[in-house]
Each structure stands twice: as C-alpha cells, then as structure tokens.
Design a protein around this ligand. Structure first.
Ligand SMILES: NC(=O)C1=CN([C@@H]2O[C@H](COP(=O)(O)OP(=O)(O)OC[C@H]3O[C@@H](n4cnc5c(N)ncnc54)[C@H](OP(=O)(O)O)[C@@H]3O)[C@@H](O)[C@H]2O)C=CC1
Ligand SMILES: CC(C)(CO)C(=O)C(=O)O
Length: 305
C-alpha cells in the first residue's frame, strides 16, 4: 500500500514511520526545511513501544513527483491546512484518498468543499508525541491509536485495506463504523484537555490537585456535548463521563499538544479548536461561556512567533 504523509511532524512522522516499519511504501511530502532536516538527521522515533530509525525514507517536496498515491495522511496543524490544499488537490487528482488526522472538526467540511466528499475519509488519533530539536519523534504515551473510517459508503474498501496495514504495524489501528461520532468525542475531549492544560501551563497531575481548576474541564466537556447535540451528533452523558474518567486516569505528567506548543512558544491551534467551537455555536445562536473564557485566556499566546 502506498501511503503519503503530508506534514511529517510529530503525528505524521510517527505513523508514517510505523507504516514503513511494517513494510508499506511511504512517501513524506514536506517543505524544504523539514526535507533538509530529515536528510541530515534521519527519520527517527523514540518510543516506549520501540524505537525505529531510517536514513532512506522517501522525502519529496513536490506532489507531482508522487506516483500512485493511495492514502494521504494529512497531519498539519489546523492553521496550515489551507496552505496544503494545492498539494492535496494534486494528489486527489492522482486518485488518492485524504485521511485527515487533525484535532478539531471544521477541517472536514473545508476539505470536502474544496476536494469533494468522495475523497475525504474520517480520521483522528490518540497519542502524545512531539518533535525534539533534531526533528525526531518523541512518543511518550502508552497509547498510539490511529482511528479511521468511511464518511461515504464507497470508501469502505480503502478503509479495510488501511486497517489491514495498521493491524500489522506497531500501533493500534481501528476502522470505525461511526467515525463522525468518534471525531466529535475527540473534539470534546481535546477542547477540555488542551484548553485547561495550555491556559494554566500545567500538566494534568497538577491540575487535578486543584478542584476548581480541574472542574473547568468538566464544564468544557459539557459545553462540547451541547454543541455536538445541536449538530445532531448523539454524544451522551455517558460519553462525557468516559472523557472525565480518562482525564482522571491520565498519568500526572500527561499534557496536550497545545500545551507543548505553548511551552515551546509555537503558534497554538486555538482558532481551529476553541475558535471553531465558538463559530459553530454562534451559527446556531448559542454561547459557550467556558470555551469563550479559555479562548480569551489563550489568545495572548496564540501567535508569539
Ligand atoms: N502531537 C500529538 O501528540 C497529537 C497531535 N494531534 C493533532 O495532529 C495535528 C498535527 O499535530 P502535530 O503532529 O503535533 O504537529 P507538528 O507541528 O509536529 O507537525 C505538523 C507538520 O506539518 C508540516 N506542514 C505544515 N504545512 C505543510 C505543507 N504545506 N506541506 C508539508 N508539510 C507541512 C510542518 O512542517 P514544517 O516543519 O515545514 O513547518 C510540521 O512538520 C494537529 O491537528 C494536532 O492537534 C492529535 C493527536 C495527538
Ligand atoms: C489529547 C491528546 C494527547 C490525545 O492524543 C491529543 O490529541 C493532543 O494533545 O493533541
């Protein structure tokens, strides 16, 4: 199977290399600086599930060079999605399906509108990974789950093929028959987890020691449930409870990619995540006060670079 990874950062680097390790053909479509770094430093995963390293990854900067792409795993940050659209269009025209694994929800409609519904699969991931100063992937969670699923019936065959590959790789793969619901559950979770960890600049363990602070996460979960329900996505109280249990059980040092970005002074995905939720709420005439407050607290840190 030929997988193209567009956005060979923490997430794309991790899953792309796991696919390569499992024997798939993988092409990393990157920008110039990242191409230089990957060629100089190698493509490397450090992980509690086993390290992997290669110095002969296929790295290209021009999508025209890619032949017979089957699935494009796109793992850029929300604020870079529009900039990648031209490259994606070239790959769709060559017959590829697009598997976005960004957090959030707004990107799905954007991709479907620009590239057509038939080409866009649903996808998300549970993993805690970041790039170190050599551009190597540092994976620190015991989970490394990639979830994908058909948004249109004719996409089921490619999802099955991807599932077979994922299940032979060093990762947890899941072919979901309700990927939209999974996406919204993840969106609910991430807005609570990333919002508070990034706003107070602390990992989950310290937050749990302060009841009032920790409970802001519960309010955020609840607002995201309300929003999902307004959009006819049947997130239940049980789903909120499961997300809350998860927040209670993460290891003390666990934190969000948005918080890691804040620590590094990088641009935050704030507009894509919390901003997106506020836009969706506004379109239905409701407000999300906790989400708005977290959004306001994080805005000064959104674009420091
Ligand atoms: N990291 C994590 O643990 C998790 C992240 N996520 C989500 O996954 C998504 C990606 O996050 P993450 O991997 O952490 O982000 P990173 O910043 O580590 O990686 C994003 C990569 O995208 C590249 N990129 C941006 N635009 C383009 C382009 N036009 N062409 C080629 N490459 C491009 C960047 O390259 P360049 O170096 O050129 O800027 C960068 O390497 C986000 O939506 C995040 O919320 C979800 C679950 C967990
Ligand atoms: C919550 C987590 C760590 C799960 O994958 C995540 O998606 C993120 O921080 O971006």
């Amino acid at each position: 199977m030929h997988i193209v990874v567009l956005g060979a950062g923490a997430l794309g680097g991790y899953f792309g290399l796991r696919f390569q390790e499992a024997g798939a053909k993988v092409t990393f479509l990157v920008r110039e600086q990242r191409a230089i770094q990957l060629k100089e430093q190698g493509a490397v995963i450090h992980s509690i599930h086993g390290d992997y390293e290669t110095h002969d990854a296929t790295i290209v900067t021009d999508p025209q060079q890619i032949e017979d792409p089957e699935v494009v795993l796109i793992s850029v940050k929300g604020y870079h999605l529009q900039g990648a659209m031209k490259q994606l269009r070239v790959l769709v025209n060559k017959g590829a399906y697009i598997l976005p694994v960004l957090n959030g929800i707004e990107h799905l409609a954007k991709l479907q509108n620009e590239l057509g519904k038939a080409s866009i699969l649903g996808g998300l991931s549970f993993i805690i990974a970041t790039l170190n100063d050599k551009g190597h992937v540092e994976h620190s969670s015991d989970f490394h789950e990639l979830i994908y699923g058909a948004l249109e019936p004719e996409q089921e065959a490619i999802c099955s093929k991807l599932d077979k590959l994922s299940n032979s790789a060093n990762m947890t793969g899941k072919n979901s028959n309700n990927i939209l619901l999974e996406l919204w559950k993840k969106y609910m979770f991430i807005n609570a987890f990333s919002g508070v960890t990034a706003a107070v600049d602390l990992p989950i363990g310290m937050i749990r020691q302060h009841n009032e602070t920790f409970h802001i996460m519960l309010h955020l979960l609840s607002e995201m449930k309300t929003l999902a329900n307004i959009y006819d996505v049947p997130i239940t109280e049980q789903d909120v409870k499961e997300a809350w249990d998860k927040l209670n059980n993460l290891h003390d040092q666990a934190t969000s990619s948005m918080h890691q970005d804040r620590r590094k002074g990088l641009t935050l995905e704030l507009d894509h995540l919390h901003g997106g939720a506020l836009r969706l709420a506004g379109a239905k005439g409701i407000d999300l006060p906790y989400t708005r407050a977290v959004y306001g607290m994080l805005q000064p840190f959104e674009n420091l670079t």
